[in-house]
Design a protein around this ligand. Structure first.
Ligand SMILES: Cc1cc2nc3c(=O)[nH]c(=O)nc-3n(C[C@H](O)[C@H](O)[C@H](O)COP(=O)(O)OP(=O)(O)OC[C@H]3O[C@@H](n4cnc5c(N)ncnc54)[C@H](O)[C@@H]3O)c2cc1C
Length: 552
């Protein structure tokens, strides 16, 4: 593979108009969709880079609820209406329309026909549509409560069947290659910023490769890991967002981080999602000493209040009383056998963590769940940098506005993954002789003189500091004082980490730490700047708020 990479990613004469670096997503739904569409042309070489050793590892893999289909009494207009209502006035009607109109056909084409995913169906063969909060219709397709796992298994297999898709695992993208920044030509300064690929770190060989391509697609997912409590897996630390930011891409809506009210709080199983359906089936939130508290915050809705209200109520109880978790009691409200049948994965995962949910309450905390902002892209996934695309959770198409409607993100990955590929195909067709810069024009990664390995205690310590700052000061309830404090502390940390980064040999952890502090700053600054509460951005020091229909 080592020998193959430079040959595939650099044509010596600089005429590689067909190569595409999909940074970085074998595993996620968005990058996989782009790769599969582009690979239909056997002449085209598609390189997919992912940092994880396991190609399935991604946020997509952990999706529980499912993906939006078109229900029986459903249509595109109804879905658009639901998306716009959830987005609290900040969702793009155009993006919602694209998703609603193109989604169902793509789901059939990519997930069912290409990736061979079998969604749950009724005995008569009709799809079994699920209902989720803030959806006006039953329209969620699922595979038990492990939809993401099934989707990723199918997509990975489909990509492995394509001879012109090269999947590089254990490879962490470090930075985008952009001109004029990386150009040796002083005149490049006067031309538009253009992306020519990415530098990526081979974690096994500990070297950095230059990947040069006609188009680069960022599909690196979310950033939940910059928070102390999150439902996201370790790879979700905002790498792509930080890379895009350093390259000069426009980042928008960064203050809109969605928190889920109930993630498991048990040693070894932190962040495992406890579905809202548990409260739907009668589960009640209690303080650790057994007091039901939701009626104090939402007398009408109680435990079935909208997601942001429940998350903030839990947060407030924890902060006021110093609890490290609250409890979710379903055992007293549902017979044991029904509970096991309805929530088999939750039952099994909690049991592994030593909690028998048929007999005792579940310790839960709110957790960072989804990033609604991102790299601003148009309806084709194009960023403001030439040849740079962003798809999936890292991007901001405008669809989610200030608050994501449940189960829209997998579908957004499919729709914009496909659209970006179509745009790339058209661009390659219109400029078949496009000349890429040659090897000599792009500086090799230079680590000469760096001998010290990154101290893992520093990486871990700094990461935990970032996670604590973000959790306490840029979390569910924000105010100017907390946010200003966060920015001061993050700025200091940023300086330290940047020095650390420049004087230490590269590692995946160091790359992630540098990116984590950068995206944390972006979010904190956006949150300070926006004084109006809207959707999942809640400013307790502001009289001005936009309620919207906060029901996801
Ligand atoms: C627990 C959970 C449940 C969810 N349930 C649902 C649901 O039911 N329905 C729904 O629609 N959405 C759900 N979501 C949200 C949804 O899963 C994600 O928004 C979506 O999967 C994101 O897809 P993606 O392709 O953009 O990114 P991802 O699937 O996260 O893929 C990104 C990939 O990029 C890799 N990567 C990151 N940085 C680098 C780097 N520097 N170099 C190389 N590779 C890198 C990552 O390792 C990963 O493989 C859920 C999310 C979570 C966490």
């Amino acid at each position: 593979m080592e020998e193959k990479i430079p040959r595939r990613t650099f044509l010596k004469n600089g005429a590689m108009a067909l190569g595409v670096v999909a940074v970085c997503d074998l595993s996620g739904i968005a990058g996989a969709t782009t790769a599969l569409r582009l690979a239909r042309d056997p002449q085209r070489q598609v390189i997919v880079i992912t940092r994880a050793p396991d190609p399935h590892e991604s946020n997509s893999r952990y999706a529980q609820g499912g993906v939006i289909g078109r229900g029986l009494d459903d249509d595109a207009d109804l879905l658009v209406k639901d998306i716009l209502a959830a987005g609290a006035g900040a969702s793009s009607p155009q993006a919602a329309r694209i998703l609603a109109e193109e989604g169902p056909a793509l789901l059939q084409e990519i997930l069912v026909e290409t990736a061979h995913i079998q969604f749950d169906s009724l005995p008569d063969g009709e799809p079994e549509y699920g209902k989720e909060a803030a959806h006006s219709r039953r329209r969620i397709l699922h595979v038990g409560d492990g939809t993401g796992q099934a989707i990723m298994a199918g997509l990975v297999e489909a990509m492995q069947r394509c001879p012109n898709i090269t999947i590089l695992t254990n490879t962490t993208a470090v930075d985008l290659i952009t001109f004029p920044h990386h150009s040796r030509d002083p005149l490049a300064t006067y031309r538009p910023v253009v992306c020519h690929g990415a530098y990526a770190f081979d974690r096994k060989q500990r070297t950095v490769h230059r990947f040069v391509a006609a188009a680069t697609v960022l599909a690196t997912g979310g950033l939940g890991r910059i928070y102390r409590n999150t439902t996201n897996p370790p790879g979700a630390r905002g790498d792509g967002l930080a890379m895009a930011h350093r390259a000069g891409a426009r980042i928008v809506n960064a203050e809109y981080v969605q928190f889920h009210p109930t993630a498991l709080a048990a040693p070894g199983a932190e962040g495992f999602l406890i579905s809202e359906a548990v409260r739907g089936e009668g589960g009640v939130l209690l303080t650790p000493d057994g007091r039901a508290f939701m009626s104090d915050y939402a007398p009408e809705w109680k435990d079935l209040a909208p997601r942001d209200i429940v998350a903030r109520a839990i947060h407030s109880e924890m902060e006021t009383h110093g609890y490290s978790y609250v409890l979710l009691d379903i055992a007293s409200h549902m017979p044991a056998d029904a509970l096991q049948a309805r929530f088999p994965n939750i039952y099994a995962r909690c049991l592994e963590a030593g909690i028998d949910i048929t007999r005792e309450p579940i310790p839960v905390v709110p957790a960072a769940h989804y990033f609604c902002g991102g790299v601003l892209v148009d309806e084709w996934g194009c960023s403001n940098i030439q040849n740079l695309y962003a798809v999936g959770e890292i991007s901001c198409t405008g669809l989610h506005g200030a608050n994501r409607l449940a189960s829209t993100s997998l579908l957004e990955g499919l729709v914009w993954g496909d659209r970006a590929a179509r745009h790339i195909e058209a661009a390659l067709r219109s400029a078949p002789r496009a000349v890429l810069p040659g090897r000599e024009e792009i500086p090799a990664w230079d680590e000469s003189g760096l001998v010290a390995d990154a101290d893992s205690a520093l990486i871990q310590g700094d990461m935990q500091t970032i996670q604590n700052i973000m959790w306490h000061y840029v979390g569910l309830a924000r105010n100017a004082e907390r946010l200003s404090r966060a920015i001061r502390e993050l700025r200091h940390l940023w300086n330290e980490i940047e020095t650390f980064y420049r004087t230490t040999r590269l590692s995946d952890g160091l790359i992630g730490l540098r990116n984590a502090v950068e995206v944390s700053m972006i979010i904190a600054q956006a949150a300070l700047h926006n004084r109006q509460s809207r959707g999942c951005h809640y400013r307790e020091d502001s009289a001005s708020s936009v309620e919207g229909e906060r029901l996801i």
